[in-house]
Design a protein around this ligand. Structure first.
Ligand SMILES: C[S@@+](CC[C@H](N)C(=O)[O-])C[C@H]1O[C@@H](n2cnc3c(N)ncnc32)[C@H](O)[C@@H]1O
Length: 434
């Protein structure tokens, strides 16, 4: 909070207009922006001038380092990650000193979870795989920069400053604070002050450049009273994606954009494995895919993929259209109708859901124990916090799977009782004719 006060003073002195909000300690998100006055719905707030924004075009305090980076035409994200480290290493000689001093030292995100923590706490969740992919990407990006640029100019990029640890920090900051500005053709930027706003799934407003006031603004979509925390939306993200990039999980049932990925695959022992693989490949898919389930249902693409998985050899003429529909490239979605496969397909999706639910149950109802006695107080606190975050995530993901399970079971029951009725009637006719 102390560094946040210094940030507020520096921003005012550097041209940030007077604000209707101030940085405060808050219940949701630790620090946040709180209304100082009544704020109406539809009001524009912030007006952060472009001179106070960090973007890929920002001037480097060390021009030599900036020139070396420009010569190698580095993409936006690694460029900004290097920029942050370079400016942070210059302390008070950097114009961003007050901003950087107020940034979290360890941004909350899955980038900071060790492989064993991911394996222990997120064993049931598909977000574990996404976190591992992201950590691998960040590590790969650092190694690439090191080989191509840093190692060629050790005087400009000393290893004590530019290393995996500092890159993990700067990427953590980017994942949790970088915004894309739609009115500037999607330009990415760090917007000091605006990045003190926390996320709420109950609002839809987001940061953007406003041509008329020539500043970064957002327009409130609800009113606020003095003392209330003001929120924006970080986008339509699932709880897993929020944990991945921002390190928090919203309260159960409050995120209308929540979803969980369901894995399904073509069985290797399937007589048509090769034909199905070929059809899928043609549309950019593989024999193992993940589809997002929401509390409101599942995508048509998933249904098409499941049809393909259960299809018998005599339906091989339909493999291509199923694969096309599963890839969202199909033109004939409305025709996705295979009554002869319906029951088996729903049963297959139900089996996938139930196998996933049992993994969640195992974790939530017992798994992931750790020996608190063997840990220091700090380590023990960390484990307890991570386990709580993982449990919150798993409960919200399992809730979506439970809903799908309920719908699938009901549909299958109706279908089977319908079939049974039809069979009874048929048997009745048979008896009559006998
Ligand atoms: C853009 S920053 C917002 C300012 C941040 N609270 C701070 O103190 O620097 C994003 C970070 O704020 C926190 N955050 C944002 N929205 C949150 C929420 N709804 N619940 C819990 N934490 C939240 C997370 O730690 C996230 O990584």
């Amino acid at each position: 909070m102390e560094s946040a006060g210094a940030l507020q003073r520096w921003l005012s002195a550097s041209g940030l207009p007077q604000q209707k909000m101030a940085i405060r300690r808050v219940e949701v998100g630790e620090r946040g922006l709180v209304a100082l006055k009544n704020i109406r719905k539809g009001e524009k707030l912030l007006f952060v001038p472009p001179s106070l924004v960090i973007s890929p075009d920002s001037e480097w305090s060390s021009s030599e380092v900036g020139n070396a980076m420009r010569r190698h035409s580095v993409p936006d994200w690694p460029l900004l990650a290097t920029y942050l480290i370079s400016e942070a290493s210059l302390s008070s000689s950097s114009r961003w000193n007050s901003y950087i001093a107020a940034l979290p030292r360890q941004p909350y995100s899955l980038l900071y979870w060790t492989r064993s923590e991911l394996d222990t706490f997120l064993v049931a969740s598909p977000i574990r795989k996404r976190a591992i992919e992201r950590i691998t990407d960040v590590t790969g990006t650092f190694i690439d920069l090191k080989e191509r640029i840093f190692s060629k100019h050790p005087d400009l990029f000393p290893e004590e400053v530019y290393n995996m640890e500092t890159f993990r920090w700067s990427f953590g900051i980017l994942f949790s604070r970088l915004v894309r500005l739609p009115s500037m053709d999607g330009k990415v930027a760090l917007v000091p002050w605006a990045d003190m706003l926390n996320h709420s799934s109950e609002v839809e407003t987001f940061l953007d450049y406003d041509k008329s006031s020539q500043g970064i603004v957002f327009t409130t979509d609800r009113s606020y009273q003095p003392g209330e925390q003001v929120f924006i939306s970080y986008g339509k993200k699932s709880n897993g994606e929020l944990l991945l990039s921002y390190g928090f999980v919203p309260k159960e049932g409050t995120n209308p954009n929540d979803s969980v990925e369901l894995s399904m695959s073509v069985d290797k022992s399937d007589k048509c494995y090769e034909a199905k693989q070929e059809a899928l490949k043609k549309y950019g898919l593989s024999t193992s895919e993940r589809f997002p389930l929401q509390i409101t249902g599942w995508p048509l693409e998933m249904m098409a993929y499941a049809y393909l998985v259960v299809s018998p050899p005599n339906m091989s003429r339909c493999f291509e259209e199923m694969a096309a529909a599963a890839s969202n490239k199909g033109t004939a979605k409305a025709k996705l109708n295979y009554p002869e496969l319906e029951e088996q397909t729903l049963q297959f999706i139900l089996d996938c859901c139930e196998s996933s639910i049992s993994k969640y149950n195992k974790f939530i109802e017992g798994g992931a124990t750790f020996d608190l006695i063997a840990l220091s107080a700090k380590q023990a606190n960390r484990k307890v916090l991570l386990k709580q975050l993982a449990t919150d995530l798993c409960i919200s993901e399992r809730r979506i799977l439970y809903r799908a399970q309920y719908i699938l079971r009901r549909r299958l029951r109706d279908m089977r009782s319908g079939e049974l009725r039809a069979l009874t009637i048929l048997n009745g006719f048979r008896k009559l004719f006998k």
